[in-house]
Ligand binder design. Structure first.
Ligand code: SAM
Length: 248
């Protein structure tokens, strides 16, 4: 997969050199390219923002550098499919595990990191004439810029690519995964020692009975989902994803 990130703070993305993503980049599984938006400015101060039309506080990112940056970065050869452009914004659709799954199926993604009060809205409209564009929010809160949201999205997407995780099964067992986890959040996990500060590991996990362990994990996942994410439990029940036994 190729990922291009356009930002005024390329150095914000140093963590993408580390750990599993760093390894995936080194092995050629993942091609991540950073671009400084200011290279598409032409004034002495490399200006990327201006006052908002209609008044109000704060500044808005100017369309010209964004338009030029996207023309160059998201341009394509005559036979190539255009990349998908992701615009992080608190006003976007929620970025969920399902969205991560969907984006992981794309060969090329471009992320455009907003700052200040956001990017002039004509930039998204103009880009949409040439490529699929989606606005995504990482949560119902406001960050200072799109960089940390993009780090979150890139990590959630790239760990789903074949070869990125050491054990391919582990993503399938994580919270929100369809299949074994039934879209629930994950329940408690334990490692050695068997007893720690008078707390014992649940005996079923030592039983060697894989069927019993699977049932226990599913019950605990359901219990935790009901406790921490009643909204999710209700939605899954309404969609028929939880059987009658689960709801009792
Ligand atoms: N004025 C905007 C609003 O109220 O919706 C907030 C702008 S925010 C200060 C600056 C930038 O941070 C946004 O353009 C976006 O790129 C990013 N951002 C902030 N919160 C975000 C969130 N919850 N999800 C994704 N991106 C976010």
């Amino acid at each position: 997969m190729r990922i291009d990130i356009i930002t005024i703070f390329p150095e914000y993305f140093a963590p993408l050199e580390l750990s599993l993503i760093g390894k995936a980049r080194a092995s050629g599984l993942l091609d991540i390219r950073l671009h400084d938006l200011r290279s598409w400015t032409h004034d002495r101060h490399n200006t990327v923002d201006d006052t908002p039309f209609g008044g109000g506080p704060g500044m808005v990112m100017k369309p010209e550098p964004w338009g030029a940056a996207l023309d160059d970065v998201a341009g394509r050869g005559p036979d190539e499919r255009p990349p998908r452009l992701v615009l992080p914004t608190p006003s976007g659709r929620p970025f969920t595990q399902a969205a991560a799954d969907r984006l992981a199926g794309e060969p090329r993604l471009v992320f455009a990191c907003g700052r200040y009060e956001g990017i002039d809205s004509r930039v998204a409209a103009d880009a949409a004439l040439r490529m699929p564009v989606e606005e995504l929010s990482v949560g119902d809160y406001v960050l200072n810029g799109g960089e940390s949201a993009v780090l979150v999205m890139v990590e959630a997407v790239t760990r789903l690519l074949p070869g990125v995780l050491g054990n391919a099964d582990s993503a399938a067992q994580d919270s929100f995964a369809p299949g074994a986890m039934h879209n629930l959040v994950e329940g408690p996990v334990y490692t050695k020692p068997r007893v720690w500060r008078d707390q014992e590991v649940p005996p079923v996990l030592l039983s060697g009975d894989h069927g019993a362990v699977d049932r226990w994990r599913r019950d605990e996942a359901l219990r935790k989902t009901v406790r921490t994410r009643p909204d999710l439990a209700e939605r899954l029940a309404a969609e028929g994803d939880l059987d009658r036994r689960d709801r009792e």
